[in-house]
Design a protein around this ligand. Sequence first.
Ligand code: DP6
Length: 342
Amino acid sequence: MNFESRADASGAFHAASQAQPNIALVKYWGKRDTALNLPAVGSISITLDSLWTRTEVRFVPGQKQDVVSLNGRSDEAEAKRISACMNLLRQRAGVDYGAEVASHNNFPTAAGLASSASGFAALVHAGARALGLDLSLAEQSVLARRCSGSAARSIFGGYVEWTHGQLADGTDSVASPLLDAEAWPLRVAVAITSKAAKQVGSTEGMRRTADTSPYQSAWVDTQETDLSVARNAIHARDFDALAQISEYSCLKMHALAMAAQPGLLYWNGATVECMHRVRALRQQGVPVFFTVDAGPQLKAVCAPSAIEQVKDALRDVPGVLDVLDTGLGAGARAIPVGELAR
Ligand code: DP6
């Protein structure tokens, strides 16, 4: 492979990429293979636009270790996951260069805001380009999936489905777009109810759930129907149908996780109050529904005309610290090197 054209003045190979978090409407929870990070169920998500991760990767020939900076800080646990992810790319390229990785999020990290999804999508996108690997988006999605499942979906924009897949090697467990963001430009208000890192991460939460929750098999058995209902709602732009199936999938996932031992309780009081507020708005005819991932933040998905009313209502809930507002956006893409925090 000829790296010369990509090397900077010091002989290193670098690239930078941006990816946005995605929010699952039909949730991924559980793995059929932990080594390859294959999901027990398929899932459907929306990719956001104004929240982002920007990541710069520099592979340095002769360097043995990876050096990782996340929002200007080092984090040992995350650095390990990032090195494991870079190993997949190094294997693919047949090199052993150490990497310098710098990543910046413009939203709270590790508090249930899908930072691993945007983080690993941006990392795979930038790392593959830095090494001159010519990977299709589907191949990038498979690699991102191995680093963090939900990252498979952030490679793509708009409405995205990640399939469970049948093959043992996982090459068919890949995300693909269902509908462009512009074709149905819903908005999302994110109620931040805590800025603390969650106590039990998704990987550990899924393991505990599969090992101990009595509802695990019912969850897996009912997912195909939920996916088909959501897919149809998206293709028909049927807001009410999407609202029903999304809240159902969210509450079902949390019920499953709450029934683990010890039970996983990702919500705080404000999360629950926000759910009631969203349902009250919908009863008044406002097109809005909620979803919550493995953390206490509530995401309210609504029609563009309803966004100000939804934000005002969430801001009014005691315990809500902040309300972010975003549309739906594009998938992972290249950005100029040196523009990380801009
Ligand atoms: C609740 O993708 O973070 O957000 O594959 O173990 O890295 P790992 O898990 P992760 O799990 C996301 C779980 C979820 C639901 C979803 O995004 O579908």
